[in-house]
Design a protein around this ligand. Sequence first.
Ligand code: FAD
Length: 392
Amino acid sequence: MNGRTLDIAVVGGGLAGGLIALAIHRAQPHSRIALIEAGGSFGGNHRWSWFTGDLDPAGEALMAPFPQTVWPEGNIVRFPAHERQLAGEYRSLASPDFDRTLRRLLPQQAIMAGTRVANLSEHGVELETGEKLAARKVIDCRDAVPSEHLTGGWQVFMGRHLRCDSPHGVVRPVIMDATVEQPGAYRFVYVLPLGPQDIFVEDTYYADEPRLDRALLSERIAAYCAAHGWTGETVGEETGVLPVITGGDFAAYRDRLAVPGVVLAGARGGFTHPLTSYTTPIAVANALAIASQAHLAGEELACFVDRRAQDHWRATRFYRMLGKMLFDAAEPERRFKIFERFYRLPEPLIERFYAARSTRLDQLRTLTGKPPVPIPRAIAALLGKGRPLVQG
Ligand SMILES: Cc1cc2nc3c(=O)[nH]c(=O)nc-3n(C[C@H](O)[C@H](O)[C@H](O)COP(=O)(O)OP(=O)(O)OC[C@H]3O[C@@H](n4cnc5c(N)ncnc54)[C@H](O)[C@@H]3O)c2cc1C
């Protein structure tokens, strides 16, 4: 990188930073961008999935160059009381494909993986090596951090990609198999048939504590696979401990992380689905919105994104309320009842829920009928403060 001032430095080449860099490059091909990522590759070690209907045509166009596994024949959920096949097309992108595509589409000089930023300001970044890069705009997409300003619980999971010895026979993704034992958390297994003999099996818990017991989850995945007759070689594993936000002081949260004049985006900036912790549709929409305003001065762009974050927080209140029901009103072993009931609702409503676009009517329909938690506990949960989202 020579001494010329960058137009835009994007710090953190995860899903959010990578999509923002790509969207800006598409909108302003001559802008001098850098995508600066501490890890050796963009996107870390993740598999991101979403429903095709989550994205609008512009979002689909942004994601189109990334190789995706597509399941056009719908998906399945399983609960103790019912099983259901839903029609929604499902998609998945693995981080090595994310990395390869960004390296192909972004200008060579924009690729700065393996580079940790030590400090950033509205005028540029200072690398861990001491090198300084001046930039007209800086976009902070580093990891999300736990915060005492937010409350909630945790989504803890381990996923395994298994190459089976023989065809596994699974055709459709299983978004939630909650027929498994419920040990002190809402537990479900998520299954993606990646190929005739390749299958991805993830054991997920909506848990009170951010503790990931790798040995235990590994054993449970092995037991689930064995029970389905899937044996073979493990070709990849991933883990996650994601916050499930049920409340808090969002302005204080952002203030704590904000650097004056720097755009605060990504999961770190609060752009997540509070209940599912998923970010793909939100990251895509945000990348396009930022790219459409990339002509603004740094300070103005930071304000624009701050307003989007506040709007997103307000618009997702309903999901935080459901999260309160899940964590604070339901007994951990009976948390599955909330999803079991939810999955009896009409499919378009379920699709809007995942896309974080539930209408007022959806919200009403979700809440009416026989409640899956005792009413006094529900009221206590709604009035309660919740647990701070801090680790350790
Ligand atoms: C295993 C896993 C699976 C998930 N699956 C899904 C899914 O199926 N669907 C979905 O929508 N969501 C999923 N999520 C949730 C969410 O989409 C991801 O967490 C998403 O990666 C968040 O994107 P992000 O870019 O905001 O943050 P991150 O992906 O955390 O990216 C932040 C990046 O910043 C880099 N960084 C940090 N500090 C510095 C520094 N000082 N200098 C330079 N770089 C730095 C990090 O190395 C990292 O690459 C998953 C999360 C995990 C962990």
